[in-house]
Design a protein around this ligand. Structure first.
Ligand code: NIG
Ligand code: FE
Length: 429
């Protein structure tokens, strides 16, 4: 999208300025400009600063201001759009029944071992048409947009066969084209082990590497490769083999690491230089410090820990040890059926002891870095995409404070207003 827009008089213009992940103490530096303005031309940010200065510069430049729309953000905070860097947004069916089983005491992994869980979503996704998946995906993206999300990552992994994995990735390409949100696709064929591959996981990795990855790469269907590196799913050795080969083929790597047990996923992420390692609920001290040193972004998903009634990842310790932390929803039909950014923010504040500033960094520039997009989005810096949110409140501090409720009033994508709560919550306006 390529709009021309001036947003002015923001009580706080929170820039999150930067082009790489912020580590440790840097995560508290969010760059606040009082009475701030941001100018977007042809979809890109061109000026950021105090309103009086920005308007004076614009006037002095002699630019024709007639094509510019203008928004007065008096009494409102303005930030970069949120980036949800870990979701499983394309799937068929739901698992409400399974949720009820979990409430009665069944564990997430027991349900998967019995052929439910991810495997039940695999059956529903295989039988859904590309159109059905796209229609459901568009509605989910509208909901994410209303939470202030301007870029979202989505994973395959509910096919576990060539045709359905490809279908999920094609749906993500359709969604990216049809919806204002940017959709970043990840290939996650190694998401679960089908019964016919139980005990033959290496054969399944061979199948993925020989028969699926080449098509994914040649058709540019994904940017990342992810794996569920977990006890009774894919071992460290299998995950290493898949990811190193996928990287050689041109994909970037991510891992679901140390989610249910401590397996050494964090150490593996550091060893192979993954772009991010995600979950990390049970990651070891050594693994976390190796990740911090290797510059791997730790993507934490507190709504999943909440939903699974598991302990939270040690976000405070990771930041204090100099690591870069991102926050995401993990939106999926099983372990975390929620696309709520305010829920994630509240849990990160209350149970991981992250400050409001660290939460803002984790949802913007660090989340962009988790998708290798920190050069193009995630902050209000000249040259970046004009992806901006306007809150209904005067400060970013309302993001975790207003518990579970979205504070986002307007969403701007590439300089175009795409969501406005004041227009009856209309999306893609
Ligand atoms: O991030 N752990 C593996 N994958 C997802 C859950 C997917 C599902 O339950 O459908 C996760 O928790
Ligand atoms: Fe996940």
């Amino acid at each position: 999208m390529k709009g021309n827009l001036i947003i002015k008089n923001a009580s706080e213009l929170v820039t999150c300025s930067g082009f790489t992940a912020k580590k440790g103490r840097e995560m508290s530096e969010i760059g606040i400009i009082g009475e701030g303005a941001v100018v977007i031309e042809q979809g890109r940010i061109t000026r950021v600063g105090p309103t009086t200065k920005v308007l004076a510069e614009l006037k002095a430049s002699g630019k024709d201001l007639s094509p510019f729309a203008s928004i007065d953000a008096s009494g409102k905070a303005v930030l970069p759009g949120f980036i949800d860097s870990h979701t499983h947004l394309v799937f068929g069916g739901y698992r409400a029944e399974e949720y009820a089983w979990r409430l009665k005491g069944d564990s997430y992994m027991d349900i998967l071992q019995r052929g439910g869980g991810i495997l039940s979503t695999v059956a529903a996704t295989r039988s859904a048409s590309r159109e059905e998946l796209t229609d459901a995906g568009l509605k989910r993206l509208d909901s994410m947009l209303a939470f202030g999300v301007t870029t979202v990552e989505g994973k395959s992994g509910y096919g576990l066969d060539r045709a359905t994995e490809v279908k999920q990735l094609e749906v993500m390409a359709d969604l990216n084209r049809l919806h204002p949100l940017d959709v970043v696709p990840t290939f996650m064929g190694a998401h679960a082990v089908l019964p016919e591959y139980k005990g033959r996981e290496n054969d399944y990795i061979d199948f993925l590497l020989k028969e699926v990855v080449p098509e994914v790469v040649s058709r540019r269907l994904a940017e990342f490769c992810d794996v569920f590196c977990e006890k009774n799913v894919f071992s460290l050795k299998q995950s290493r083999r898949l990811l190193t080969n996928a990287v050689e083929s041109g994909l970037k790597s991510k891992l679901h690491a140390d989610e249910i047990v401590q397996l050494g996923g964090a150490e593996l992420a550091a060893e192979i230089g993954a772009v991010s390692a995600d979950h990390l609920l049970h990651a070891s001290d050594e693994g976390l410090s190796a990740m911090a040193q290797a510059g791997v972004v730790a993507t934490l998903l507190p709504a999943t820990a909440f939903s699974l009634r598991e302990p939270y990842a040690r976000g405070r310790l990771m930041i204090d040890a100099g690591g870069a932390v991102a926050l995401a929803t993990d939106f999926n039909p099983g372990s975390c059926f929620s696309e709520s950014i305010p829920l994630v923010a509240a849990l990160a504040a209350l149970y991981m002891n992250l400050s409001p500033e660290e939460i803002v960094t984790a949802l913007t520039i660090n989340a962009a870095a988790a998708l290798d997009r920190a050069q193009v989005t995630g902050s209000l810096d000249p040259g970046k995409q004009g992806d901006v949110i306007i809150l209904e409140n005067p400060s970013y501090r309302f993001i975790p404070y207003h518990l579970g409720v979205s504070t986002v009033e307007k969403v701007i994508k590439g300089g175009v207003l795409v969501f406005d709560k004041l227009r009856q919550g209309e999306c893609r306006c």
